[in-house]
Design a protein around this ligand. Structure first.
Ligand SMILES: *[C@@H]1O[C@H](CO)[C@@H](O)[C@H](O)[C@H]1NC(C)=O
Ligand SMILES: *[C@@H]1O[C@H](CO)[C@@H](O)[C@H](O)[C@H]1NC(C)=O
Length: 287
């Protein structure tokens, strides 16, 4: 009983206030998420005190604040592809460009509190595209090998699963498994590849928006170091070195690298006698 008497003045106060409630603005859905190329409804509800004809404005906050709806018309990129009912706006065929923060502003100059606003965030979801997969053709047994999978466009970001010969590669169950999978970065890493890891690999991107997408499979072959090939390579390098060395020596003999090189005529070049005298002279001078 005492409690009700305590609240009574407040109730009376509220009742007195209610006919002169200021402009109020709200949204049924302040966080809108829609798929790209579909329609987005940005709801804005308002109630005014006495003003029967309040001004409705919509703005979008990007790098700067720009008008979406002003003076009874849609502006800029929204012209011709948006509709308004009351103060609720519907954007048709939204793209990534439309994602962002919107504000519905109602101004009722005749009201005591003459401005009200509500914010609405629009997120435009993008289904996965075919991911790009980096899979090496071949690798040597025991080496660290990374396979990468990426889909840049998905919103929200995709998670990735890997397949070998069309079988799902399950995430490793214990710490010393031979491979790691990071479903968020799309990296499949073999700590030390073995011959059994040879196979056709592919990867799938999924984000809950639209169907998952898989990249085309690619074959990866794991081989031991080919000793015969290494020996052959060493022999080839050795032969090339020998040929180059001999060639160099021959050219040197032919005077190709001497400062006064004059081609083949140098072969029979006989130094004039005074050159040796000059030499003796300088030598005695030095002593
Ligand atoms: C809406 O967002 C702006 C900033 O962008 C902020 O100043 C304002 O207080 C917000 N309004 C509401 C009703 O949350
Ligand atoms: C890791 O490998 C070792 C030897 O291969 C094994 O004894 C151990 O149980 C393994 N640990 C786990 C968690 O599986």
């Amino acid at each position: 009983m005492e409690g009700t008497s305590l609240y009574l003045p407040i109730v009376i106060l509220l009742m007195q206030c209610s006919p002169s409630a200021p402009v109020t603005v709200s949204s049924n859905n302040p966080k809108v998420e829609v798929r790209e190329f579909s329609d987005a409804t940005l709801s804005c509800n308002f109630r005014t005190e006495t003003d029967q004809n309040p001004r409705i404005e919509w703005k979008k906050r990007g790098k700067d604040v720009s008008f979406v709806y002003f003076d009874g018309r849609f502006k800029g990129s929204f012209e011709g592809r948006a509709t308004i009912a009351g103060a609720t706006v519907t954007l048709h065929r939204v793209t990534q460009e439309d994602a962002g923060e919107y504000r519905c502003e109602i101004s009722a100059p005749l009201d005591s509190v003459n401005l009200g606003e509500t914010n609405i965030t629009l997120k435009v979801l993008v289904p996965p595209h075919t991911p790009s997969c980096e899979i090496p053709n071949a690798a040597v047994t025991g080496s660290v090998v990374q396979l990468r999978c990426r889909d840049q466009q998905s919103i929200p970001p995709a998670t990735y699963t890997w397949y070998k010969d069309n079988q799902l590669i399950s995430p490793p169950r214990h710490a010393n498994a031979t491979y790691l999978i990071n479903s968020h970065t799309g990296v499949l890493e073999f700590k030390a590849v073995a011959k059994e890891d040879t196979g056709r690999y592919s990867c799938q991107a999924y984000n809950g928006v639209g169907p998952a997408k898989k990249c085309e499979g690619k074959h990866m072959k794991i081989e031991d170091v080919n000793v015969a090939a290494v020996v052959a390579a060493v022999v080839v390098i050795f032969l090339v070195a020998v040929v180059c060395g001999c060639g160099g020596l021959l050219l040197h003999r032919n005077g190709f690298f001497s400062p006064g090189h004059r081609g083949r005529s140098n072969v029979n070049y006989i130094p004039p006698p005074q050159e040796s005298q000059d030499f003796k002279h300088t030598q005695s001078f030095m002593l």
